[in-house]
Design a protein around this ligand. Sequence first.
Ligand SMILES: [Zn+2]
Length: 150
Amino acid sequence: MTAHPDRIATVACQFCSTLNRVALDRLEQGPKCGSCSRPILFDRPLRVGDETFQQVLAGTDIPVLVDFYADWCGPCKIMAPVLDTLARDRMGQVLVLKLDTDRNPVTPNEFGIRGIPTMILFQHGREAARETGAVPGPQLDAMIDGALRQ
Ligand SMILES: [Zn+2]
């Protein structure tokens, strides 16, 4: 063990779905997928699905915010730019993921999601906080900051 081990995020390539382990302290070098060589862009929410969710959560050292959404959901569309901004502002500190609840019913069921959008913050692999419904950016920021202080 070194004094400052690399912080890692495990994410699925948005093009070929291969899981990649990415060193968060070297994001400025522009991480690329080990399989298809296309870029993995951390300045925006990354899609995740039932088949990869547990591996992503277990393989990521920083807090993970998951947006459970669906394409037909109006309030989810309102939240989309808020989450885009959050992902950009907290790049390397919070991993922001989007999970389409229509295509991926298992994970929302596991976490008792009853309404969308629901945003759940995970820390050390466990739920630390959640918000349901469209909420303003500052409210989401406050939820994250509050959970991270504990
Ligand atoms: Zn790839």
